[in-house]
Ligand binder design. Structure first.
Ligand code: DX5
Ligand code: ZN
Length: 236
């Protein structure tokens, strides 16, 4: 049995970046019916990352189609102006990259002031040290396991080391009386590597191409949960 047996229940958060945008309402309904816990919503501005995606209007458009949390991952610079817009559009969780905000503590507070859960996103080369002075402002830490900007890239194995470090940081924070903090991973997550990602300490799993790239979303999510159960309960 691994340490992950002590983790909170796993959440699967399909990234709609790989969905069919021409049928987005139907896509999010289908993936929630297939067992998704959150909808992961990738916002790219062609400035912080070299790609351009979707904004608050699209968040507002899908909101009535699902009752699960919408997890907005901001890959934009600057950050602050979009926070109230996404909160109004129905976002539940808002995360951003610390390099993209001049005042990280203030941006985190702004997210909570607008009634959303707040989180920081660490790129593959970013250190967990960035978290230490804002732990009490965090509801989520999102570790990028690819460089942000595109779906369909390969998982960077070094992320497993950082997951263990951040899991230990969160455990210390909670043991000292701090609030719980979700540990999310994003990029290249598939049914065939999710077990080791769980064993390294993740509790929230973003998967875009692995789910939307297959015809049967429920089958993929079932297989992911089965692999997570193996991590939690041990198996030969
Ligand atoms: C990348 C995005 C990811 C991406 C994941 O910048 O943040 O959410 O869509 O896609 P896959 O699962 O295909 O790597
Ligand atoms: Zn993302």
């Amino acid at each position: 049995m691994s340490d992950s047996a002590a983790l909170s229940p796993a959440r699967i958060a399909p990234s709609i970046l790989s969905a069919d945008f021409a049928r987005l309402g139907e896509e999010v309904r289908n993936v929630v019916a297939a067992g998704a816990d959150w909808i992961h919503f990738d916002v790219m501005d062609n400035h912080y990352v070299p790609n351009l995606t979707i904004g608050p209007l699209v968040c507002e458009a899908i909101r009535p189609h699902v009752d699960v949390p919408i997890d907005v991952h901001l890959m934009v610079e600057p950050v602050d102006a979009l926070i109230p817009s996404f909160a109004k559009a129905g976002a539940n969780v808002i995360t951003f990259h610390p390099e993209a905000s001049r005042h990280v503590d203030r941006s985190l507070a702004l997210i909570r002031d607008h009634g959303c859960k707040a989180g920081l996103v660490l790129n593959p080369a970013s250190s967990p040290d960035l978290l230490t002075h804002v732990m009490d402002r965090l509801d989520v830490v999102l570790l990028m396991s690819v460089n942000p900007g595109f779906g369909g890239q390969s998982f960077i194995p070094q992320t497993l080391i950082k997951l263990r470090q951040v899991r230990a940081l969160i455990a210390r924070h909670v043991a000292g009386g701090g609030q719980p903090i979700a540990l999310e991973v994003d990029g290249g997550v598939k049914a065939d590597n999710i077990r080791q990602i769980r064993e390294a300490g993740a509790d929230t799993f973003v998967a875009g191409s692995a789910i939307f790239g297959k015809p049967d979303y429920a089958a993929v999510i079932r297989e992911m949960r089965a692999q997570i159960a193996l991590a939690d309960h041990g198996a030969a």
